[in-house]
Design a protein around this ligand. Structure first.
Ligand code: PGA
Length: 248
């Protein structure tokens, strides 16, 4: 199972970042069942002392859609790869809410793959409606992520299903295991439009949205997900340790 901790902009002080990273390293070394990664802010990346060979994997929260040019403030995929980044979170709803389009996300996916890193593409509806229109929102996001890639590239994507209505709440407000099981089946059906035969089963699906130690085990049991993208519960060593223990 893959668990990626998305630290968002929760941690400012370098001391706190180092403390949670040290806990992450201990947790990653102590588990065989879970591959653990953490995504600090760009500014904090260098403090963690991680590279591609580390047990605790380094992830990034975003990347530029451009390659190195005169573009003040951009962080390129090549610079992330040079820092030892393994996973790059793309199209998080908090970025989409700031205007990031499916087209820009598709461009970023290519930049990440070209540098030998793994894109973790976030998809998910803003809200659910009785007529199930929300499925269309998810379908468009998935189709845009897959369409411009070749077979080999498609198999490398990790898709994180993160319904916006479930993000940043308490453990009780996460998607239900039943919602999740249905969504995993729907996602695999969408993947099969782009991947023939059984290949759609190989794309890893994560769930994100108010995951913590209290709900992780039920969310993983029988739903078909391959892991979690975790925000708040990953920003503290104790809650991260409890979460990994709950699913180990
Ligand atoms: P949360 O965030 O676990 O705090 O809900 C998840 C995410 O946005 O990736």
């Amino acid at each position: 199972m893959l668990i990626i901790g998305n630290w968002k902009a929760y941690l400012d002080a370098p001391e706190k970042v180092k403390k949670v990273a040290a806990a992450g390293k201990r947790i990653a070394s102590g588990t065989k069942q879970v591959e653990l990664a953490v995504a600090p802010t760009f500014t904090h990346m260098g403090l963690l002392g991680l590279d591609k060979r580390s047990k605790l994997k380094l992830a990034a929260q975003d990347v530029s859609d451009a390659t190195g040019q005169a573009l003040t403030g951009e962080v390129t995929a090549a610079s992330l790869a040079a820092m030892g980044v393994t996973y790059v979170i793309l199209g998080h709803s908090e970025r989409r809410a700031r205007g990031e389009s499916d087209a820009v996300i598709a461009e970023k996916i290519k930049r990440v793959l070209a540098q030998g890193m793994v894109p973790v593409v976030c998809v998910g509806e803003r809200e659910r409606d009785e007529e199930a229109q929300y499925l269309r929102e998810v379908r468009e996001q998935v189709a845009s992520a897959f369409s411009d890639l070749n077979q080999k590239e498609r198999l490398q994507l990790v898709i994180a299903y993160e319904p916006v209505w479930a993000i940043g709440k308490s453990g009780l407000e996460a998607a239900s295991p039943q919602d999740l099981e249905e969504m995993v089946l729907y996602l695999r059906k969408l993947f099969s439009d782009f991947l023939p035969g059984k290949a759609n089963q190989k794309v890893r699906i994560l769930y994100g949205g108010s995951v913590d130690a209290s709900n992780a085990r039920t969310l993983v049991a029988g739903t078909g997900i391959d892991g979690f993208l975790v925000g708040r519960a990953s920003t503290d060593g104790k809650s991260l340790a409890e979460l990994v223990k709950a699913v180990s």
